[in-house]
Design a protein around this ligand. Structure first.
Ligand code: ATP
Length: 241
């Protein structure tokens, strides 16, 4: 996304995909690509977490995860990488990141936070989660092994904060992507992506056990992992999110 194009499409919804990306893999990339197409987004910004909360230390450094995200998105004009969380000294929380992007992009630009179903389920554990919908829309994709869709929600959510979360989500669900253009924030839109049972945990485990992870992530990322000797130790370093 060039600066000139960005200015020309300043009113078009911009997708945001945060993650630990430890490492980035094809399900992340399909999630971004399919959200961009299905929801009519101008593009998607991938935002690697510097110090992700709610989980143990990642298996690779923030700089490595940033470098891998850049390699994975190279050549796709619809995807860009935001280094804001990696460069920040504090823990990476989504709501403060959205405030930063809101300040950068202005109050009217529709922002669409893209989440897999597992991430949406964990939303009530986020720092300042109650403020999320004043800053962005939320798009929720299916993920194998998780409650199929936000549409099914709230029946499957285990959160102790469920009633408050239910109240916050009340009346926000839409199905027409055009609704994302009608306001800068505040809607929840479920969408279907190609189901891909890929996780970064699986990839770390494969590499750590000396198995091939090829065709689960871009060759450029796999080459980077090999060249830097990533994920060959501390296999049980952290649990999946
Ligand atoms: P880990 O296995 O280390 O927990 P992960 O593969 O879940 O990692 P994250 O970086 O934690 O990857 O995820 C970033 C975002 O991508 C989250 O919103 C998550 O729901 C989504 N995501 C990751 N993998 C998939 C997948 N296979 N299908 C749909 N969404 C996914």
């Amino acid at each position: 996304m060039s600066a000139a194009t960005d200015t020309a499409r300043a009113d078009a919804p911009l997708g945001l995909l945060g993650g630990t990306f430890d490492p980035i893999h094809f399900a992340h990339l399909r999630l971004a690509e399919e959200a961009r197409e299905a929801l009519g987004l101008h593009g998607v910004r991938l935002i690697p977490a510097g110090q992700p909360p709610h989980r143990g230390e990642p298996g690779s450094t923030a700089q490595d995860r940033l470098a891998m995200a850049r390699l994975a998105t190279a050549g796709n004009d619809g995807l860009e990488v935001d280094d804001g969380e990696v460069l920040a000294p504090q823990k990476s929380y989504t709501v403060p990141t959205l405030e930063r992007l809101r300040a950068e992009l202005g109050p009217q630009r529709p922002l669409v936070l893209i989440l897999g179903a597992d991430a949406f389920e964990g939303l009530p554990q986020w720092h300042r989660w109650q403020e999320l919908f004043s800053l962005a829309h939320v798009a929720v994709a299916n993920r194998p092994g998780h409650a199929p869709h936000a549409r099914r929600w709230p029946g499957t959510l285990p959160s102790a904060r469920l009633p408050a979360f239910a109240a916050l989500c009340e009346g926000r669900h839409v199905s027409d992507p055009a609704e994302l253009r009608a306001a800068p924030a505040g809607r929840i839109i479920p969408f279907d992506m190609t189901p891909l049972a890929i996780s970064a945990t699986l990839i770390r485990d494969l590499i750590g056990h000396g198995h091939s992870a090829r065709y689960l992530l871009p060759d450029s990322v796999l080459d980077y992992i090999g060249a830097n000797g990533l994920y060959t130790r501390n296999l049980t370093g952290h649990a999946s999110s």
